[in-house]
Design a protein around this ligand. Structure first.
Ligand SMILES: CC(C)(COP(=O)(O)OP(=O)(O)OC[C@H]1O[C@@H](n2cnc3c(N)ncnc32)[C@H](O)[C@@H]1OP(=O)(O)O)[C@@H](O)C(=O)NCCC(=O)NCCS
Length: 171
């Protein structure tokens, strides 16, 4: 079980340490504007620059960060986009990814009361796609060649979940 709280600038160093190279940075952060070498200041500055974003940090019992993501509602409050989903490499495969996405969905559907939640994921990121599908997200289309990474253009799979789908009983 992990606990959830907001982001603190002091979390940035440990979160940045989870990103181990430019391919991992691009896979995680896409078009966010982060550059390699990734530094904690880039994360602090990006969060500070966007007061509309909700940043969720998942922590171990002692408060150590183990997961991170953002939820960005649109201006009308109709939809929210999840981004920057990251779990500490040492904590992966233990349900932390599912837990922090569920926390984001509770925030979006219960507190922000949006109608839909969406996200983008690259086709090579099979583990993330499996996670999102397991939580009920559906693929809705491909945005072609959105991201230049390592000299290659990557396309983005857009996935979404509607409030009625989220409220359906699930296994
Ligand atoms: C994608 C990512 C967030 C998934 O996080 P995670 O914590 O590993 O996710 P989960 O543990 O919930 O699920 C991963 C796997 O662990 C398994 N699992 C979940 N809970 C488990 C448990 N308690 N015990 C054993 N295995 C478990 C799941 O069944 C799943 O298996 P699968 O790989 O066959 O689908 C993580 O790999 C990550 O940070 N990747 C790098 C950044 C990235 O790609 N972000 C997404 C950008 S769109």
């Amino acid at each position: 079980m992990i606990a959830f709280r907001g982001f603190e600038p002091g979390d940035a160093a440990v979160i940045a340490s989870w990103v181990d190279g430019p391919h991992a940075l691009a896979t995680w952060s896409g078009n966010s504007g982060f550059t390699w070498p990734f530094t904690p200041d880039q994360l602090v500055d990006a969060h500070a620059a966007d007061p509309a974003r909700h940043v969720i940090v998942g922590t171990e019992a002692d408060g150590t960060p183990v997961a991170h993501l953002i939820v960005l509602p649109d201006r009308r409050g109709w939809s929210a986009r999840i981004g920057l989903v990251l779990v500490a490499p040492s904590g992966q495969g233990r349900g932390h990814g599912a837990a922090i996405i569920r926390a984001a969905l509770r925030l979006a559907f219960e507190e922000l009361q949006v109608h839909r939640v969406d996200l983008g994921v690259y086709p090579h990121n099979a583990g993330a796609i499996r996670l999102y599908e397991r939580l009920g997200f559906r693929r809705e289309g491909v945005l072609r060649e959105t991201t230049l990474a390592g000299g290659q253009w990557w396309s983005t799979i857009n996935m979404s979940l509607l409030d009625a789908e989220w409220r359906e009983p699930r296994d």
